[in-house]
Design a protein around this ligand. Structure first.
Ligand SMILES: [Zn+2]
Length: 375
């Protein structure tokens, strides 16, 4: 099946400008300051793109961190470069994915200088590198990011890799945790503390998660329209089109009724196998889906049917729960269809999140089921 990107034409969620500034800085080889979630230790990391690491900014990262630099990278790259975990099944979750340390095999002296570590970082990010291009152990610490990045694990390692990928660069970063001169971790960032007049972009990991869920990873949009399935009749008065979800792997479905206007009424339904297919008595899903389908067959409009991920570890809960990840898929689908001004039928979608993603729901169409209990 051939796919085509479906990036939104506009999206206005908070943090958008921070992501754009960060991407510009990384593309210029300049640092981004990443504010980590408290769950991953908090504080700030300086993030440089390993592919563009130079001596000056690497020395800057050494100066304002503990001096211990990491190189977050994807698991498949660590495997391809023969970088095994330092300790299999390590005790500390924060260091469990550290691999053996490395130096570049040629072109360096002792390996510890900023000059040498910048070179090692560049070799690590070079798509042409092989295991023989490194010596082990060395003075740079690769760290393996979770597959799926921040949508699966909103950690500092995943965020650094995702930022490099968003910038269109090899997904390898050079990072260090910011440390104050008194030896404490930087918790509240004041640029003056860094002795630098530059206005380095600051990115929250949460902003990056939102970007991944609503826009994409820099290579693929959140959803891609399946070209093998252009609008086609599924039954009298109803057409269907499919979208593949880059985050969950699910294939979502959109039904369109006759005479659908440019500002359509949009109904949203989350897949519920027991209710939709078997008519379970424990929820209203089957009845609501049937009513929504008949409604758009008569009145026109769109029904967005969000499939649930079928693989383990997918970052969206199954069942009746509705999350930011679902609103992200919905917003991306509506952008792809050009439906950025809609009337939203009663349902689980968040009008606020859709609005921040550039989808305006001017009013809410009311359904007969509005007084039914929530699940
Ligand atoms: Zn149900």
């Amino acid at each position: 099946m051939s796919l085509t990107p479906a990036l939104p034409r506009s999206h206005a969620w908070q943090g958008r400008s921070a992501i754009q500034s960060a991407v510009s800085a990384l593309q210029a080889g300049r640092p981004v300051l990443l504010r980590a979630e408290s769950g991953s230790g908090g504080g700030y990391d300086v993030v440089l793109p390993a592919a563009l690491a130079d001596t000056a900014w690497t020395a800057w990262a050494v100066r304002w961190s503990s001096g211990f630099l990491y190189a977050p990278l994807p698991a498949d790259l660590a495997e391809a470069l023969d970088l095994p975990l330092m300790v299999r099944g390590g005790d500390n979750p924060a260091t469990r994915t550290h691999t053996v340390s490395i130096d570049a095999a040629v072109g360096i002296t002792t390996g510890i200088s900023a000059l040498d570590r910048a070179r090692t970082a560049r070799v690590l990010a070079d798509p042409g590198s092989t295991p023989a291009d490194f010596t082990r152990p060395g003075h740079l610490m690769p760290v393996v990011a979770s597959n799926g990045g921040v949508t699966v694990n909103p950690g500092r390692v995943e965020a650094a890799v995702d930022l490099c990928r968003l910038a269109g660069l090899p997904p390898v970063a050079l990072t260090g945790q910011l440390v104050r001169d008194d030896g404490e971790l930087v918790r509240e960032l004041d640029m003056a503390d860094l002795g630098d007049s530059h206005d380095h972009p600051i990115v929250d990991v949460a902003d990056l998660v939102t970007h991944r869920l609503f826009v994409g990873d820099g290579i693929r949009g959140r959803v891609t329209r399946a070209l093998g399935l252009p609008w086609h009749a599924v039954r009298s008065a109803l057409e269907v089109v499919g979208f593949v979800d880059a985050v969950t792997g699910a294939e979502h479905i959109v039904l369109r009724g006759p005479g659908t206007p440019s500002r359509p009424v949009v109904s949203v339904h989350a897949e519920c196998t027991m209710g939709d297919i078997f008519g379970s008595d424990s929820c209203f899903c089957g009845r609501e889906l049937a009513e929504a389908t008949e409604r758009i067959a008569v009145d026109g409009g769109l029904l967005v049917y969000l499939r649930r991920p079928h693989g383990r570890g997918a970052p969206v809960p199954t069942g009746h729960a509705w999350t930011e990840a679902d609103d992200g898929a919905l917003a991306a689908i509506l952008h792809s269809l050009g439906a950025t001004s809609i009337s939203l039928f009663d349902g689980p979608a968040s009008r606020d999140r859709l609005s921040r993603a550039g989808v305006t729901s001017l009013d809410v169409a009311r359904g007969a089921a509005e007084n039914e209990p929530e699940f």
